[in-house]
Design a protein. Structure first.
Length: 433
């Protein structure tokens, strides 16, 4: 039988469907071998992304303040008008961004750092989402990475946040409390630019690229100094918690003296939680040595205690009434212990990654960790300082420069000793093995 186009030479008939079935895998392999065409991702407009993300960040950080103000006025017989709750809530929100408010008792500028941390976190996330929306992280193969998309995202978040701060100052400015709109806008612009740019560059891998190009000594010093500073502040938080726990009866009595219901007591507790990071920084300055002041008549340090009239705040119930005696001086060794732990971590991490690392870069990182930690502790103490009115409460908080200077030397010495001892111990252990 002669063969036809539908029949192979071996005489076995093949249907058209079978032949198509045989050809399909060949066609698929050809498609797989080709470079797939990439469609450009759809990008959101920069202005729209910045407005939406910054507005959401402001709403999330403002909501707790409004809730606390509402709870403090919830059980009042006359209640509080919505406009007053809004103005007071916006005033507290402005304080969290270090915008001072001029009241009848004087300027109030002590920021509730708990609320500040929430605001900074949300603005950071606004920078991340804005950078992601405009595609700041995406780059084509063969083209160098550019920092400008992330920079534009950070600037856009700062501009929108400045507008929100100006609007909040306009609403909060009324009889009895004056707020500078220009200062509020500039402060919010700096806050939004810093936190938003940090989030934008983190999303665009700019911070990782910068860290990769930084010398290893500086990377180790920055990491170790940050760990030491966090441990010092953690020791301050633990000391604050113990002091308030030992004076729990006095703290409860202060809350009862306000004669509020359950909602008011919850509001007071949340308000104290907003200021808990401030008191943590004060306790850290007490442990480091220089101490802190609460107005002109109250000075607290390990060597000298002078207590004057204080605001009726439950957090202040744990303040010491005398210099450190008995076992209390042992607490003063916590910053040095934090430095020893940071140095131990530095030596173990460095020698695990590079067993043959020489002495000079390792000890150099340990010494440089002191200035890094001192600067971080000083910045936190400066953020936890301000005023609670005129007269005797015009100056509240630690002296940031003195605390940072002492912490720098203490942590540099501690990390140097710990790093040296750890390296010697690990070398002796390897020699025995």
């Amino acid at each position: 039988m002669p063969t036809t186009p539908e029949e192979p030479d071996d005489g076995v008939p093949t249907r058209l469907a079978d032949r198509e079935t045989v050809r399909l895998p060949i066609q698929r392999r050809a498609v797989r071998g080709r470079e797939p065409s990439r469609r450009p991702a759809r990008r959101a407009p920069l202005a729209l992304a910045a407005v939406v993300n910054s507005l959401w960040a402001a709403v999330v950080s403002l909501a707790p303040t409004l809730a606390v103000v509402w709870m403090l006025f919830a059980l009042d017989s006359a209640g509080a008008p919505l406009a007053q709750v809004l103005r007071l809530g916006l005033g507290g929100w402005l304080l969290a961004h270090w915008v001072p408010i001029h009241t009848g008792i004087g300027p109030v500028s002590l920021a509730p750092l708990g609320l500040t941390l929430i605001a900074a976190w949300r603005v950071y996330r606004a920078g991340v989402h804005t950078s992601r929306a405009i595609g700041a992280r995406a780059y084509h193969r063969g083209t160098p990475w550019s920092p400008w998309p992330a920079a534009r995202a950070g600037v856009a978040v700062g501009v929108v946040y400045a507008c929100l701060g100006g609007v909040a100052a306009l609403i909060a400015d009324h009889k009895g409390s004056e707020v500078s709109v220009v200062r509020a806008a500039l402060t919010f612009a700096a806050f939004g630019l810093l936190a938003g740019s940090l989030g934008a560059f983190a999303e665009a891998r700019g911070i990782a690229r910068l860290a990769g190009r930084t010398p290893r000594v500086l990377r180790d010093a920055t990491r170790t100094g940050a760990v030491a500073a966090l441990l010092v502040l953690g020791a301050g938080a633990a000391t604050t918690g113990m002091a308030v726990a030992f004076s729990g009866g006095d703290a409860s009595q202060i809350i009862d003296d306000y004669h509020t219901g359950i909602a008011g007591q919850v509001g007071l507790v949340v308000l104290c939680a907003f200021f808990a990071p401030d008191v943590t920084a004060w306790a850290a300055s007490y442990l480091v040595g220089p101490g802190f002041t609460i107005g002109s008549e109250t000075f607290i340090s390990a060597a000298h205690v002078s207590v004057g009239p204080l605001p009726a705040v439950p957090l202040l119930a744990g303040l010491p009434s005398s210099p450190a005696t008995g076992y209390a001086p042992l607490l003063l060794g916590l910053p040095l212990a934090a430095a020893l732990v940071a140095g131990w971590l530095l030596a173990r991490r460095s020698l695990r990654n590079d067993p043959g690392r020489s002495w000079l870069p390792l000890l150099g990182a340990a010494v440089l960790a002191g200035p890094v930690a001192g600067m971080l502790v000083a910045l936190v103490c400066a953020a936890a300082s301000g005023s609670l009115g005129g007269g005797g409460l015009a100056d509240v908080g630690p002296h940031a420069g003195a605390v940072g200077f002492v912490a720098m030397f203490m942590i540099a010495i501690g990390t140097l000793l710990s790093t040296t001892a750890t390296k010697l111990a690990l070398r002796a252990k390897r020699a025995r093995e």
